[in-house]
Each structure stands twice: as structure tokens, then as C-alpha cells.
Ligand binder design. Structure first.
Ligand code: FAD
Length: 265
């Protein structure tokens, strides 16, 4: 691997007079989680990553492919498929082993998603609870990590709730608000196209807690499924992704404690 970096350094150093140390830094993958070591070029897979990629490809072929049409028609994920993801550690690829995860690299997670996407993109939104595990691990408080990560590694799915009817690419235009009320926040608004909402036990919900500060007021809450005033609507019909529910969510004076605000660091 060092020889690859040295060759790149040789080629590119003609154009920019960067030192070998700077190239190492530029080429390192900055997306790793705190407990993972720095890694080098993305095309240079480790033995563990190659092994995981091949294992996931086989699992997808054997345990997802036979049910793709059935799940698409039903608009649901089969329980055996969800169980297979949990039982093989695919729902907790990057999570620190102290919470029950595999502690593998973010790249391993991406490779798993890639292999599953080749077979069923509707299932591919699930591994590592899509964005939720890394977000809780990076930004969650100690209490949030201890409460949610072990469940997310063993039996709980989750959803990422950012988009709204009038705020997609322009996420900062969101209208959902979170008004502070003593030690609580009260969330009002709606979300749209939220994947896996039918299954999720928790939702990472983005809301503006200080609209006068514009986008700087946006923050994120962990909202549990059965919170009063939180409504999960029926799934939209999609093509090729129909097994992963895509639901609208409504928040009607949803009261949440400020301790579930995701602001660990
Ligand atoms: C199947 C499915 C699942 C989804 N799951 C989730 C989920 O789990 N959680 C979640 O939060 N959201 C989810 N979404 C929402 C998704 O993130 C949004 O659809 C996406 O952000 C785009 O927003 P939009 O649909 O409003 O399109 P728009 O933002 O209206 O964009 C429409 C088109 O205009 C282009 N465009 C927009 N702005 C500009 C610009 N400034 N300059 C040039 N071109 C521009 C876009 O590239 C696009 O082609 C899901 C959507 C789908 C379809």
C-alpha cells in the first residue's frame, strides 16, 4: 500500500509540490469512526473487506434473491431477510464491539450495501441501519449510545427523517419546528418519503429549534415510534424499492425530552 502512495506521490508531485506526508493525508479516508484506524486509498481493500464483500454477495444471492419479486409485490420486507441481516452482523457493521457491533470500517459497510443493491435496492437501505448507527455513534451522548446502539445491533431498525413535502435537496428549507418547553421540546411538522418507517423503532428527526437563526437552528432528535402525537402514514408505492416502506410522518405537538437531542459533540 505504501508503494502505491509513493507512486502517486511521484506522479502528482510534478504538478503540486506536496510532501509525501501531505499525500498520505490527502489519500486517507476521513470517514472512519473514532474507534477505527485511518486508512488509505479506497480502491485498496483489506483482506477483511474482501472477505466481507464476498460473504455478503453470497448471502444476497442465496437469502434475498429468491424473495425479491414477492417482497416488491407485497410492499414489505420478509422477516427472514431482516433476521438474516441482523444475524450476520450486517445491521451493525461499523458499530463499536462494546455496543455489540462488528467494529469494521465504514468501507465494509459501503461494500455490503453495494453487494445487496445488486440484488435488491429496497433491502440495501437497511445495512448498518443506513445512516443512523454512525450518526448516533459520532454525535450521540454516552447515554444515547448505551441505550440505542445495542438494540440497533440486535433487533431494532430505524429511519432517517430529513425530507419534507417542500424541502428535498434544499434541506435547510425545512418547516418542522422544535419549540423548547422547560426541559422538553415540542415537535410540529411533517416529513416525506421516509424509508423503512413501517419497521423503525426509532427515527432521527431533523427540526428547527430556532427558526430566527435560519439553518443554524436545525437540530436532530431521536424520536421513538410510540411517542404520542407521532403519526406514521401509509407507504407510497415505488418501483423497485417497494419493499422498503416510504412513508409520510406527521408530528402533532410531539413532546420529547431535551436529553434525546443528538448533540454529543
Ligand atoms: C424512494 C425514496 C426514499 C427516500 N428516503 C428518504 C429517507 O429515508 N429520508 C429522507 O429524509 N428522505 C428520503 N427521501 C427523499 C429524498 O432525499 C429527496 O427526494 C431528495 O432529497 C430530493 O428532493 P426532492 O424529491 O424534493 O427533489 P427536489 O429537491 O425538488 O429536486 C428535483 C430536481 O431538481 C434538481 N435540483 C434541486 N435543486 C437544484 C439546484 N439548486 N440546482 C440544480 N438542480 C437542482 C434535483 O437534482 C432534482 O433532479 C427519499 C426519496 C425517495 C424517492
Amino acid at each position: 500500500m505504501n508503494s502505491t502512495i509513493k507512486s502517486l506521490h511521484k506522479i502528482f508531485n510534478k504538478q503540486a509540490n506536496y510532501s509525501y506526508a501531505v499525500w498520505r493525508k490527502l489519500l486517507s479516508n476521513t470517514t472512519n469512526l473514532p474507534h477505527q484506524p485511518t486508512r488509505f486509498p479506497l480502491t485498496d481493500l483489506t483482506e477483511d473487506e474482501l472477505m466481507m464483500r464476498d460473504t455478503v454477495a453470497r448471502l444476497a444471492k442465496e437469502q434475498i434473491a429468491p424473495y425479491v419479486r414477492e417482497m416488491e409485490a407485497a410492499g414489505n420486507l420478509k422477516k427472514s431477510v431482516i433476521d438474516m441481516l441482523f444475524n450476520n452482523g450486517l445491521m451493525s457493521v461499523t458499530v463499536d464491539p462494546k455496543y455489540g457491533g462488528a467494529g469494521a470500517s465504514f468501507m465494509t459497510s459501503i461494500l455490503s450495501i453495494e453487494e445487496i443493491s445488486k440484488v435488491d435496492p429496497g433491502v440495501a437501505g437497511l445495512p448498518d441501519n443506513s445512516l443512523i448507527n454512525p450518526l448516533i455513534e459520532i454525535f450521540g451522548t454516552k447515554e444515547q449510545k448505551e441505550k440505542y446502539l445495542p438494540q440497533l445491533c440486535t433487533n431494532m431498525c430505524s429511519s432517517f427523517a430529513l425530507s419534507e413535502p417542500s424541502s428535498g435537496s434544499d434541506a435547510f428549507a425545512m418547516k418542522t419546528t422544535a419549540k423548547q418547553d422547560g426541559g422538553d421540546f415540542i415537535i410540529n411538522g411533517s416529513k416525506m418519503w421516509i424509508s423503512n418507517a413501517k419497521l423503525a423503532g426509532i427515527f432521527l428527526v431533523f427540526a428547527n429549534a430556532n427558526p430566527s437563526a435560519g439553518y443554524k437552528g436545525i437540530t436532530c432528535f431521536i424520536v421513538e415510534r410510540d411517542t404520542p402525537g407521532f403519526i406514521i402514514n401509509k407507504s407510497e408505492r415505488t418501483l423497485g424499492l417497494n419493499c422498503s416502506s416510504s412513508c409520510a410522518l406527521n408530528f402533532d405537538n410531539v413532546r420529547v425530552p431535551s436529553s434525546i437531542n443528538l448533540k454529543g459533540r
